[in-house]
Write a protein that binds this ligand. Sequence first.
Ligand SMILES: NC(=O)c1ccc[n+]([C@@H]2O[C@H](COP(=O)([O-])OP(=O)(O)OC[C@H]3O[C@@H](n4cnc5c(N)ncnc54)[C@H](O)[C@@H]3O)[C@@H](O)[C@H]2O)c1
Length: 328
Amino acid sequence: MKILISGGAGYIGSHTLKQFLETNHEICVLDNLSKGSKIALDDLQKIKKFKFFEQDLSDFMGVKEIFKQEKFDAVVHFAASIEVPESMQNPLKYYMNNTVNTTNLIQTCIENNTNNFIFSSTAATYGEPQNSVVNENSSLAPINPYGMSKLMSEKVLKDANMAHPEFKYCILRYFNVAGACNTYPIGQRYPKATLLIKVAAECAAGKRDKLFIFGDDYNTKDGTCIRDYIHVDDISSAHLAGLEYLQNNQSDIFNVGYGHGFSVKEVIETMKKVSGVDFKVELAPRRAGDPSVLISDASKIRSKTSWKPKYDDLELICKSAYEWEKQC
Ligand SMILES: NC(=O)c1ccc[n+]([C@@H]2O[C@H](COP(=O)([O-])OP(=O)(O)OC[C@H]3O[C@@H](n4cnc5c(N)ncnc54)[C@H](O)[C@@H]3O)[C@@H](O)[C@H]2O)c1
């Protein structure tokens, strides 16, 4: 197949690009490099050559031109704005980049007979769930514009599929993505990260002076929030499984997580253990909108697709994040 990976220069996109380059598919990448890394793309060209379009998705005519030229069979769509606090301050940026640009991309796919669409969605679509373990049928109630912009794109995909049944989608709702590739020098590059394992790795590598725990009075075993952390290479392989699923099945939605979680304190202890660095940790007030526990029910993706996660090991995830942080 000829596949376009949008956002392929970003964190998850570059890991997924690597895995797709190791298949027989022909790959192209589209990215505006606003957050992505050209260095990562140049490195990945060594695995197998691929076309790179430095292109902003908001330039609809430019995107349409590329589709006319290339005739893609599938799109794996990562490109998005992804920072929750920023989405509260600047919601229109999120609705424009995540929902409007995705809608245009979907329309362009339909116009050009590109009938397989893999979409990066998020556990943020569940908002603050009533149960700590959520499955794909749990209620969807995002509590920030980022989550809502993704949920709206899910709806656009579903409606487009109703009207054009030949156009199929696979929506992947990721939980807490972390770590870095174990075999290639790619990882999460952008500064001002807010994700716990990235921040802990930065502290261990001496790039930050301390880590804040936002609340230790939650109703959990040690009072800190629990999340389902998943290695980025396992998230990436879910896209290959998703594409394979679309070849034989109808459109579908899958949670992508391991189905169990760790507390903030457990992550910090693990990072300190694997790095051997006793970095400074301070307690801060709770942040608005942080559910105490958020874990995926990941049984659907395991039972319906060929996805087999390989890195369900918090020590390995933290170690890979720390090793990457020291070199990047
Ligand atoms: N990182 C996570 O924990 C997480 C969790 C759930 C879902 N997701 C989703 O996964 C996807 C990838 O996230 P990531 O962490 O790799 O983010 P990232 O910022 O590293 O990657 C996004 C990429 O898209 C590009 N991009 C953004 N807007 C663009 C535009 N208008 N035109 C062209 N390129 C554009 C950026 O330059 C960047 O390379 C996103 O859709 C995000 O919502 C991420």
